[in-house]
Design a protein around this ligand. Sequence first.
Ligand code: FES
Length: 155
Amino acid sequence: MSVTFKSLETILDQYPPNPEHLISALQDVQAKFSYIPKEAMTAVCDHLGVPVSRGWAVATFYKAFSLEPKGEHEISVCLGTACHVRGARNVYEKFRRDLAIPGEEGTTKDLKFTLRQVRCLGCCSMAPVAQIDEEVHGGLSQRKAGTLLKQFRKR
Ligand code: FES
């Protein structure tokens, strides 16, 4: 979603120009765009009378805020020990290849998926495991990973 003046104005209209609304306004920006775009941060800080550097400090501190665009679906592949010994790296590479993610982690160009690594999802008995949005999928193989991607592309 592009950052338009109108979409920002709708958010800013809800807050009187007071620094105490910084976190709430940033939460609205995060909900609207799935991350904090630079233009939005500048507009929010200008409106509330907060230095932009403070805005970024807050956004960096809280995990709820993303500074990069995020995909519609978030895939977290576990590379913890139990998953690793059962072939999680191959599963991870399958996701990475099919999504054409150039680095180790990242978001697809169409903003459909974000792929990331995690170190234990707390369900080691189902290894290898990946979480896609709220769903946990265990016993993964490269083939199953491919099938899951096809299913989520349609959602
Ligand atoms: S190591 Fe993967 S879920 Fe625990």
